[in-house]
Design a protein around this ligand. Sequence first.
Ligand code: ZN
Length: 496
Amino acid sequence: MKDYNLYKEKLAEIADVSHTLSLLNWDQEVYMPKKGFQRRSQQISTLSGYLHQLSTSSKLEQLVTDLLLKNNLSFEEKRNLEISKKEIDRNKKYSKEFVQQLSQTVSKSFNAWQNAKAAKQFSLFAPHLKELIELKKKECDLLGYEKHPYNAMLDLYEPNCTVNFLDELFLGVKKNLTEITQRIFNAPQNIDNFMRLNYKHKDQWKFSLNLLQHIGYDFDAGRQDLSTHPFTTNFSSNDVRVTTRVNENDLAEIIWSTIHEGGHALYEQGLKDCNYGLPAGTYCSLGIHESQSRLWENNVGRSLDFWKYNYPQLQNIFPQQLKKISVEEFYKAMNIVTPSLVRTNADELTYHFHVMIRYEIEKELFSNNVNINELPEIWNSKYVEYLNINVPSDDVGILQDIHWSHGSFGYFPTYSLGSFYAAQFFNQATKDLPNLETAIANGNTSNLLKWLQSKIHKHGKLFDASTLCKKVTGEELKIKYFSDYVKTKYTKLYRL
Ligand code: ZN
Protein backbone atom coordinates (compact mmCIF):
# COMPACT_ATOMS: atom_id res chain seq x y z
CA MET A 1 0.00 0.00 0.00
CA LYS A 2 1.73 3.05 -1.32
CA ASP A 3 -0.38 5.55 0.63
CA TYR A 4 0.07 3.78 3.93
CA ASN A 5 3.84 3.94 3.45
CA LEU A 6 3.55 7.62 2.73
CA TYR A 7 1.58 8.02 5.97
CA LYS A 8 4.35 6.17 7.85
CA GLU A 9 6.97 8.45 6.30
CA LYS A 10 5.03 11.54 7.34
CA LEU A 11 4.69 10.31 10.90
CA ALA A 12 8.38 9.46 11.05
CA GLU A 13 9.14 13.00 9.93
CA ILE A 14 6.94 14.40 12.72
CA ALA A 15 8.71 12.11 15.20
CA ASP A 16 12.09 13.36 13.96
CA VAL A 17 11.16 16.93 14.83
CA SER A 18 9.52 15.99 18.09
CA HIS A 19 12.51 13.92 19.27
CA THR A 20 14.90 16.67 18.23
CA LEU A 21 12.89 18.95 20.52
CA SER A 22 13.23 16.37 23.29
CA LEU A 23 16.97 16.31 22.74
CA LEU A 24 17.13 20.10 23.09
CA ASN A 25 15.08 19.89 26.27
CA TRP A 26 17.20 17.07 27.67
CA ASP A 27 20.35 19.06 27.00
CA GLN A 28 18.81 22.14 28.61
CA GLU A 29 18.13 20.20 31.81
CA VAL A 30 21.41 18.31 31.89
CA TYR A 31 24.33 20.09 30.21
CA MET A 32 23.43 23.47 28.71
CA PRO A 33 25.46 26.39 30.11
CA LYS A 34 23.44 29.18 31.74
CA LYS A 35 24.01 31.70 28.98
CA GLY A 36 22.56 29.35 26.38
CA PHE A 37 19.07 29.85 27.77
CA GLN A 38 17.75 32.63 25.55
CA ARG A 39 18.69 31.21 22.17
CA ARG A 40 17.69 27.76 23.27
CA SER A 41 14.19 29.01 24.09
CA GLN A 42 14.07 30.51 20.62
CA GLN A 43 15.23 27.26 19.00
CA ILE A 44 12.64 25.30 20.93
CA SER A 45 9.88 27.72 20.01
CA THR A 46 10.81 27.64 16.29
CA LEU A 47 10.86 23.86 16.19
CA SER A 48 7.59 23.67 18.18
CA GLY A 49 5.90 25.86 15.59
CA TYR A 50 7.25 23.64 12.82
CA LEU A 51 6.03 20.57 14.66
CA HIS A 52 2.52 21.99 15.00
CA GLN A 53 2.52 22.80 11.29
CA LEU A 54 3.60 19.28 10.32
CA SER A 55 1.14 17.56 12.60
CA THR A 56 -1.86 19.59 11.44
CA SER A 57 -1.04 19.72 7.74
CA SER A 58 -4.06 19.33 5.50
CA LYS A 59 -2.11 16.88 3.32
CA LEU A 60 -1.65 14.54 6.25
CA GLU A 61 -5.27 14.93 7.26
CA GLN A 62 -6.46 14.08 3.75
CA LEU A 63 -4.13 11.10 3.58
CA VAL A 64 -5.38 9.71 6.88
CA THR A 65 -9.04 10.31 6.00
CA ASP A 66 -8.65 8.59 2.61
CA LEU A 67 -6.78 5.65 4.07
CA LEU A 68 -9.43 5.13 6.71
CA LEU A 69 -12.01 4.59 3.96
CA LYS A 70 -10.14 1.55 2.61
CA ASN A 71 -11.52 -1.79 3.65
CA ASN A 72 -8.39 -3.93 3.43
CA LEU A 73 -6.69 -2.44 6.48
CA SER A 74 -5.15 -4.70 9.10
CA PHE A 75 -6.10 -4.22 12.76
CA GLU A 76 -2.81 -2.47 13.42
CA GLU A 77 -3.05 -0.16 10.40
CA LYS A 78 -6.60 0.80 11.27
CA ARG A 79 -5.75 1.51 14.89
CA ASN A 80 -2.75 3.67 13.92
CA LEU A 81 -4.87 5.68 11.51
CA GLU A 82 -7.73 6.13 13.97
CA ILE A 83 -5.43 7.50 16.63
CA SER A 84 -3.74 9.79 14.13
CA LYS A 85 -7.14 11.05 13.05
CA LYS A 86 -8.11 11.75 16.67
CA GLU A 87 -4.84 13.64 17.24
CA ILE A 88 -5.17 15.70 14.07
CA ASP A 89 -8.77 16.57 14.91
CA ARG A 90 -7.72 17.60 18.39
CA ASN A 91 -4.77 19.70 17.24
CA LYS A 92 -7.01 21.50 14.77
CA LYS A 93 -9.28 22.68 17.56
CA TYR A 94 -6.52 24.96 18.81
CA SER A 95 -6.23 28.24 16.97
CA LYS A 96 -2.78 29.73 16.53
CA GLU A 97 -3.83 32.65 18.78
CA PHE A 98 -4.97 30.34 21.53
CA VAL A 99 -1.72 28.34 21.46
CA GLN A 100 0.31 31.53 21.64
CA GLN A 101 -1.77 32.97 24.46
CA LEU A 102 -1.50 29.73 26.41
CA SER A 103 2.25 29.44 25.93
CA GLN A 104 2.79 33.06 27.01
CA THR A 105 0.60 32.62 30.06
CA VAL A 106 2.37 29.39 31.01
CA SER A 107 5.74 31.02 30.65
CA LYS A 108 4.67 33.95 32.88
CA SER A 109 3.04 31.75 35.47
CA PHE A 110 6.01 29.40 35.62
CA ASN A 111 8.21 32.37 36.37
CA ALA A 112 5.74 33.68 38.98
CA TRP A 113 5.51 30.24 40.57
CA GLN A 114 9.31 30.08 40.97
CA ASN A 115 9.36 33.49 42.62
CA ALA A 116 6.35 32.72 44.79
CA LYS A 117 7.89 29.45 45.92
CA ALA A 118 11.17 31.12 46.81
CA ALA A 119 9.24 33.80 48.74
CA LYS A 120 6.90 31.16 50.26
CA GLN A 121 3.98 33.34 49.23
CA PHE A 122 1.04 31.99 47.26
CA SER A 123 -0.40 35.46 46.64
CA LEU A 124 2.45 36.15 44.16
CA PHE A 125 1.32 33.20 42.06
CA ALA A 126 -2.45 33.58 42.53
CA PRO A 127 -3.29 36.09 39.73
CA HIS A 128 -1.29 34.04 37.19
CA LEU A 129 -2.91 30.82 38.28
CA LYS A 130 -6.31 32.46 37.94
CA GLU A 131 -5.55 33.54 34.39
CA LEU A 132 -4.19 30.14 33.52
CA ILE A 133 -7.25 28.33 34.85
CA GLU A 134 -9.54 30.62 32.86
CA LEU A 135 -7.59 29.68 29.73
CA LYS A 136 -7.64 26.00 30.55
CA LYS A 137 -11.41 26.21 31.00
CA LYS A 138 -11.59 27.69 27.53
CA GLU A 139 -9.48 24.78 26.37
CA CYS A 140 -12.03 22.35 27.87
CA ASP A 141 -14.73 24.07 25.82
CA LEU A 142 -12.57 23.93 22.69
CA LEU A 143 -11.87 20.24 23.15
CA GLY A 144 -15.40 19.33 24.17
CA TYR A 145 -16.41 17.01 26.99
CA GLU A 146 -19.24 15.02 28.47
CA LYS A 147 -20.62 15.76 31.94
CA HIS A 148 -17.63 17.40 33.66
CA PRO A 149 -15.26 19.96 32.05
CA TYR A 150 -12.35 18.38 33.94
CA ASN A 151 -12.91 15.23 31.87
CA ALA A 152 -11.40 17.11 28.93
CA MET A 153 -8.21 17.66 30.93
CA LEU A 154 -8.03 14.06 32.16
CA ASP A 155 -8.42 12.76 28.62
CA LEU A 156 -5.25 14.59 27.55
CA TYR A 157 -3.11 12.36 29.77
CA GLU A 158 -5.23 9.27 30.26
CA PRO A 159 -7.57 8.74 27.31
CA ASN A 160 -11.14 7.90 28.40
CA CYS A 161 -10.44 8.59 32.07
CA THR A 162 -13.34 10.43 33.75
CA VAL A 163 -14.33 12.07 37.02
CA ASN A 164 -16.93 9.33 37.58
CA PHE A 165 -14.34 6.61 37.21
CA LEU A 166 -11.79 8.31 39.46
CA ASP A 167 -14.33 9.26 42.14
CA GLU A 168 -15.28 5.65 42.55
CA LEU A 169 -11.71 4.40 42.43
CA PHE A 170 -10.41 6.90 44.98
CA LEU A 171 -13.34 6.30 47.31
CA GLY A 172 -12.29 2.66 47.69
CA VAL A 173 -8.59 3.46 47.98
CA LYS A 174 -9.19 6.18 50.54
CA LYS A 175 -11.15 3.84 52.77
CA ASN A 176 -8.56 1.04 52.61
CA LEU A 177 -5.54 3.29 52.97
CA THR A 178 -7.00 5.26 55.85
CA GLU A 179 -7.66 2.05 57.71
CA ILE A 180 -4.21 0.56 57.25
CA THR A 181 -2.22 3.76 57.76
CA GLN A 182 -4.06 4.39 61.05
CA ARG A 183 -3.01 0.96 62.24
CA ILE A 184 0.55 1.57 61.09
CA PHE A 185 0.77 4.93 62.87
CA ASN A 186 -0.39 3.28 66.09
CA ALA A 187 2.12 0.42 65.81
CA PRO A 188 5.77 0.46 66.99
CA GLN A 189 7.76 2.37 64.37
CA ASN A 190 10.64 1.07 62.24
CA ILE A 191 13.81 3.12 61.90
CA ASP A 192 15.77 4.44 58.93
CA ASN A 193 18.23 6.91 60.47
CA PHE A 194 21.20 5.00 58.97
CA MET A 195 19.95 6.02 55.52
CA ARG A 196 20.90 9.60 56.33
CA LEU A 197 24.58 9.08 57.18
CA ASN A 198 27.17 10.40 54.76
CA TYR A 199 27.24 8.40 51.52
CA LYS A 200 29.87 9.51 48.98
CA HIS A 201 28.56 10.84 45.68
CA LYS A 202 30.79 8.70 43.46
CA ASP A 203 29.90 5.49 45.29
CA GLN A 204 26.19 6.23 45.10
CA TRP A 205 26.58 6.87 41.39
CA LYS A 206 28.34 3.54 40.91
CA PHE A 207 25.59 1.70 42.77
CA SER A 208 22.86 3.39 40.75
CA LEU A 209 24.48 2.22 37.51
CA ASN A 210 24.55 -1.31 38.94
CA LEU A 211 20.85 -1.03 39.73
CA LEU A 212 19.99 0.01 36.17
CA GLN A 213 22.08 -2.80 34.76
CA HIS A 214 20.45 -5.23 37.16
CA ILE A 215 16.88 -4.47 36.07
CA GLY A 216 17.88 -4.87 32.41
CA TYR A 217 18.37 -1.30 31.22
CA ASP A 218 20.33 -1.40 27.96
CA PHE A 219 23.30 0.98 28.20
CA ASP A 220 23.91 0.62 24.46
CA ALA A 221 20.49 2.22 24.02
CA GLY A 222 20.72 4.90 26.68
CA ARG A 223 22.72 6.63 29.38
CA GLN A 224 22.26 8.07 32.85
CA ASP A 225 23.10 11.66 33.83
CA LEU A 226 22.43 13.95 36.76
CA SER A 227 19.65 16.54 36.97
CA THR A 228 17.81 18.41 39.72
CA HIS A 229 14.52 16.71 38.90
CA PRO A 230 15.01 13.15 37.66
CA PHE A 231 13.29 12.32 34.38
CA THR A 232 13.31 9.94 31.40
CA THR A 233 13.32 11.03 27.79
CA ASN A 234 13.72 9.19 24.52
CA PHE A 235 14.74 9.98 20.97
CA SER A 236 13.87 6.48 19.72
CA SER A 237 13.59 3.13 21.46
CA ASN A 238 17.33 2.78 20.88
CA ASP A 239 18.20 5.99 22.70
CA VAL A 240 16.37 6.32 25.99
CA ARG A 241 18.01 8.57 28.59
CA VAL A 242 17.45 8.71 32.32
CA THR A 243 18.60 11.19 34.92
CA THR A 244 18.92 10.77 38.64
CA ARG A 245 19.96 12.85 41.64
CA VAL A 246 22.42 12.32 44.46
CA ASN A 247 21.99 13.52 48.03
CA GLU A 248 25.10 12.62 50.04
CA ASN A 249 23.04 12.69 53.22
CA ASP A 250 20.12 10.59 52.06
CA LEU A 251 20.80 7.31 50.29
CA ALA A 252 17.12 6.74 49.50
CA GLU A 253 16.87 9.53 46.93
CA ILE A 254 19.14 8.00 44.32
CA ILE A 255 17.78 4.49 44.83
CA TRP A 256 14.17 5.48 44.18
CA SER A 257 14.81 7.93 41.41
CA THR A 258 17.09 5.46 39.60
CA ILE A 259 14.72 2.50 39.80
CA HIS A 260 11.67 4.66 39.01
CA GLU A 261 13.18 6.31 35.94
CA GLY A 262 14.73 2.97 35.00
CA GLY A 263 11.23 1.46 34.90
CA HIS A 264 10.03 4.24 32.60
CA ALA A 265 13.09 3.68 30.41
CA LEU A 266 12.57 -0.09 30.13
CA TYR A 267 9.10 0.64 28.73
CA GLU A 268 10.50 3.04 26.10
CA GLN A 269 13.31 0.62 25.20
CA GLY A 270 10.69 -2.10 24.80
CA LEU A 271 8.68 -0.26 22.13
CA LYS A 272 9.22 -1.60 18.62
CA ASP A 273 11.68 0.42 16.57
CA CYS A 274 9.89 -0.58 13.36
CA ASN A 275 6.90 1.41 14.65
CA TYR A 276 8.92 4.60 15.05
CA GLY A 277 6.61 7.62 14.99
CA LEU A 278 3.44 5.54 14.75
CA PRO A 279 0.91 5.29 17.59
CA ALA A 280 1.85 1.59 17.85
CA GLY A 281 5.41 2.73 18.59
CA THR A 282 4.34 5.18 21.30
CA TYR A 283 3.44 4.55 24.96
CA CYS A 284 -0.17 3.64 25.73
CA SER A 285 -1.07 6.31 28.30
CA LEU A 286 0.61 8.14 31.17
CA GLY A 287 -1.05 5.82 33.69
CA ILE A 288 0.41 2.79 31.93
CA HIS A 289 3.79 4.52 31.66
CA GLU A 290 3.71 5.18 35.37
CA SER A 291 2.69 1.57 36.02
CA GLN A 292 6.00 0.50 34.54
CA SER A 293 8.08 2.81 36.73
CA ARG A 294 6.09 1.90 39.85
CA LEU A 295 6.14 -1.81 39.23
CA TRP A 296 9.94 -1.72 39.30
CA GLU A 297 10.11 0.86 42.06
CA ASN A 298 7.51 -0.57 44.44
CA ASN A 299 6.53 -4.13 43.61
CA VAL A 300 10.10 -5.15 42.79
CA GLY A 301 12.40 -2.49 44.29
CA ARG A 302 10.68 -2.23 47.67
CA SER A 303 10.49 -6.00 48.15
CA LEU A 304 12.62 -8.08 50.48
CA ASP A 305 13.46 -10.46 47.62
CA PHE A 306 15.01 -7.70 45.56
CA TRP A 307 17.28 -6.66 48.41
CA LYS A 308 18.27 -10.20 49.32
CA TYR A 309 20.30 -10.06 46.14
CA ASN A 310 21.22 -6.37 45.94
CA TYR A 311 21.82 -5.47 49.55
CA PRO A 312 25.14 -7.37 49.97
CA GLN A 313 26.50 -5.33 47.05
CA LEU A 314 25.31 -2.12 48.62
CA GLN A 315 26.93 -3.19 51.90
CA ASN A 316 30.19 -3.81 50.03
CA ILE A 317 30.16 -0.31 48.65
CA PHE A 318 29.28 1.25 52.02
CA PRO A 319 30.71 -1.12 54.63
CA GLN A 320 31.10 1.53 57.31
CA GLN A 321 27.55 2.78 57.19
CA LEU A 322 25.75 -0.53 56.64
CA LYS A 323 27.83 -3.38 58.07
CA LYS A 324 25.69 -3.66 61.21
CA ILE A 325 22.37 -3.33 59.39
CA SER A 326 20.71 -6.57 58.31
CA VAL A 327 18.83 -6.91 55.05
CA GLU A 328 15.55 -7.14 57.00
CA GLU A 329 16.31 -3.89 58.78
CA PHE A 330 17.18 -2.30 55.46
CA TYR A 331 13.95 -3.58 53.95
CA LYS A 332 11.95 -2.08 56.84
CA ALA A 333 13.73 1.24 56.41
CA MET A 334 12.88 1.24 52.69
CA ASN A 335 9.22 0.93 53.56
CA ILE A 336 8.63 3.36 56.38
CA VAL A 337 5.16 4.86 56.28
CA THR A 338 4.81 8.32 57.71
CA PRO A 339 2.72 11.42 56.96
CA SER A 340 4.72 13.99 55.03
CA LEU A 341 4.18 17.43 53.54
CA VAL A 342 5.80 16.87 50.17
CA ARG A 343 4.35 14.43 47.64
CA THR A 344 7.66 13.45 46.04
CA ASN A 345 9.05 12.36 49.42
CA ALA A 346 6.01 10.29 50.36
CA ASP A 347 5.97 6.53 50.95
CA GLU A 348 3.96 4.28 48.63
CA LEU A 349 0.82 4.45 50.82
CA THR A 350 0.40 8.05 51.93
CA TYR A 351 1.48 9.08 48.42
CA HIS A 352 -2.06 8.55 47.21
CA PHE A 353 -3.48 10.97 49.78
CA HIS A 354 -1.31 13.65 48.19
CA VAL A 355 -2.74 12.78 44.79
CA MET A 356 -6.35 12.72 46.04
CA ILE A 357 -5.95 16.18 47.56
CA ARG A 358 -4.77 17.59 44.24
CA TYR A 359 -7.46 15.73 42.34
CA GLU A 360 -10.24 17.07 44.56
CA ILE A 361 -8.97 20.63 44.27
CA GLU A 362 -8.54 20.46 40.49
CA LYS A 363 -11.99 19.01 40.04
CA GLU A 364 -13.47 21.90 42.04
CA LEU A 365 -11.41 24.45 40.14
CA PHE A 366 -12.91 23.25 36.89
CA SER A 367 -16.47 23.32 38.11
CA ASN A 368 -16.27 27.01 39.06
CA ASN A 369 -16.60 26.56 42.77
CA VAL A 370 -13.35 27.95 44.10
CA ASN A 371 -12.05 31.41 44.87
CA ILE A 372 -8.35 31.24 43.96
CA ASN A 373 -7.30 33.25 47.02
CA GLU A 374 -8.81 30.64 49.29
CA LEU A 375 -6.73 27.82 47.77
CA PRO A 376 -3.99 27.70 50.44
CA GLU A 377 -6.64 27.43 53.13
CA ILE A 378 -8.37 24.60 51.28
CA TRP A 379 -5.04 22.88 50.65
CA ASN A 380 -3.95 23.14 54.27
CA SER A 381 -7.21 21.90 55.67
CA LYS A 382 -7.11 18.88 53.36
CA TYR A 383 -3.61 18.04 54.66
CA VAL A 384 -5.03 18.04 58.18
CA GLU A 385 -7.98 15.93 57.08
CA TYR A 386 -6.00 13.33 55.11
CA LEU A 387 -2.62 13.27 56.83
CA ASN A 388 -3.19 15.04 60.13
CA ILE A 389 -0.32 17.35 59.34
CA ASN A 390 -0.05 21.15 59.53
CA VAL A 391 1.40 22.97 56.54
CA PRO A 392 3.87 25.55 57.88
CA SER A 393 4.36 27.53 54.65
CA ASP A 394 3.21 27.62 51.02
CA ASP A 395 6.52 26.40 49.53
CA VAL A 396 6.01 22.99 51.13
CA GLY A 397 2.23 23.31 50.67
CA ILE A 398 0.32 24.53 47.69
CA LEU A 399 3.41 25.76 45.83
CA GLN A 400 5.38 22.50 45.98
CA ASP A 401 4.52 21.06 42.55
CA ILE A 402 5.51 22.44 39.18
CA HIS A 403 2.39 21.03 37.42
CA TRP A 404 -0.08 23.88 37.87
CA SER A 405 2.41 26.50 36.76
CA HIS A 406 2.73 24.53 33.51
CA GLY A 407 -1.03 24.29 33.15
CA SER A 408 -0.84 20.50 33.61
CA PHE A 409 -4.24 19.97 35.22
CA GLY A 410 -5.47 16.39 35.14
CA TYR A 411 -1.97 14.93 35.33
CA PHE A 412 -1.76 13.93 39.02
CA PRO A 413 -4.29 11.07 38.93
CA THR A 414 -2.07 9.20 36.45
CA TYR A 415 0.49 8.73 39.26
CA SER A 416 -2.02 6.81 41.36
CA LEU A 417 -3.39 4.93 38.37
CA GLY A 418 0.20 3.82 37.76
CA SER A 419 0.47 2.20 41.19
CA PHE A 420 -2.92 0.51 40.84
CA TYR A 421 -2.12 -0.90 37.40
CA ALA A 422 1.32 -1.94 38.64
CA ALA A 423 -0.16 -4.01 41.46
CA GLN A 424 -2.57 -5.75 39.09
CA PHE A 425 0.14 -6.43 36.48
CA PHE A 426 2.60 -7.71 39.06
CA ASN A 427 -0.01 -10.01 40.53
CA GLN A 428 -0.57 -11.47 37.06
CA ALA A 429 3.18 -11.79 36.49
CA THR A 430 3.53 -13.91 39.65
CA LYS A 431 0.81 -16.21 38.25
CA ASP A 432 2.33 -16.43 34.78
CA LEU A 433 5.89 -16.83 36.10
CA PRO A 434 5.49 -19.21 39.07
CA ASN A 435 9.01 -18.80 40.47
CA LEU A 436 9.20 -15.07 39.99
CA GLU A 437 9.87 -14.14 43.63
CA THR A 438 12.65 -16.72 43.98
CA ALA A 439 14.15 -15.56 40.71
CA ILE A 440 14.19 -11.95 41.95
CA ALA A 441 15.82 -13.06 45.21
CA ASN A 442 18.48 -14.81 43.11
CA GLY A 443 19.13 -11.67 41.13
CA ASN A 444 17.26 -12.71 38.02
CA THR A 445 14.78 -10.12 36.78
CA SER A 446 15.09 -10.92 33.10
CA ASN A 447 11.99 -13.14 32.91
CA LEU A 448 9.90 -10.39 34.41
CA LEU A 449 11.26 -7.90 31.90
CA LYS A 450 10.57 -10.27 29.01
CA TRP A 451 7.03 -10.73 30.32
CA LEU A 452 6.47 -6.97 30.48
CA GLN A 453 7.93 -6.51 27.02
CA SER A 454 5.70 -9.09 25.43
CA LYS A 455 2.53 -8.29 27.38
CA ILE A 456 2.76 -4.50 27.55
CA HIS A 457 5.73 -2.71 26.00
CA LYS A 458 5.64 -3.99 22.43
CA HIS A 459 1.97 -3.02 21.95
CA GLY A 460 2.49 0.72 22.34
CA LYS A 461 -0.89 2.36 21.72
CA LEU A 462 -2.40 -0.61 19.89
CA PHE A 463 -4.84 -1.01 22.78
CA ASP A 464 -6.20 1.63 25.12
CA ALA A 465 -5.30 1.30 28.80
CA SER A 466 -8.38 -0.54 29.91
CA THR A 467 -8.30 -3.01 26.97
CA LEU A 468 -4.60 -3.61 27.61
CA CYS A 469 -5.26 -4.29 31.28
CA LYS A 470 -7.98 -6.75 30.33
CA LYS A 471 -5.72 -8.51 27.84
CA VAL A 472 -2.89 -8.81 30.35
CA THR A 473 -4.86 -9.69 33.49
CA GLY A 474 -8.28 -10.82 32.26
CA GLU A 475 -9.98 -7.92 34.06
CA GLU A 476 -10.30 -4.17 33.88
CA LEU A 477 -8.48 -2.14 36.50
CA LYS A 478 -9.60 -3.30 39.96
CA ILE A 479 -8.48 -1.63 43.15
CA LYS A 480 -8.52 -5.01 44.88
CA TYR A 481 -5.03 -5.89 43.67
CA PHE A 482 -3.43 -2.78 45.07
CA SER A 483 -5.34 -3.14 48.35
CA ASP A 484 -4.34 -6.80 48.72
CA TYR A 485 -0.72 -6.00 47.96
CA VAL A 486 -0.71 -3.24 50.58
CA LYS A 487 -2.45 -5.34 53.21
CA THR A 488 -0.22 -8.40 52.83
CA LYS A 489 3.00 -6.44 52.76
CA TYR A 490 2.37 -3.92 55.52
CA THR A 491 0.64 -6.27 57.96
CA LYS A 492 3.90 -8.20 58.06
CA LEU A 493 6.20 -5.19 57.99
CA TYR A 494 4.53 -3.51 60.97
CA ARG A 495 3.41 -6.74 62.66
CA LEU A 496 -0.20 -5.49 62.62
ZN1 ZN B 1 7.10 8.49 36.86
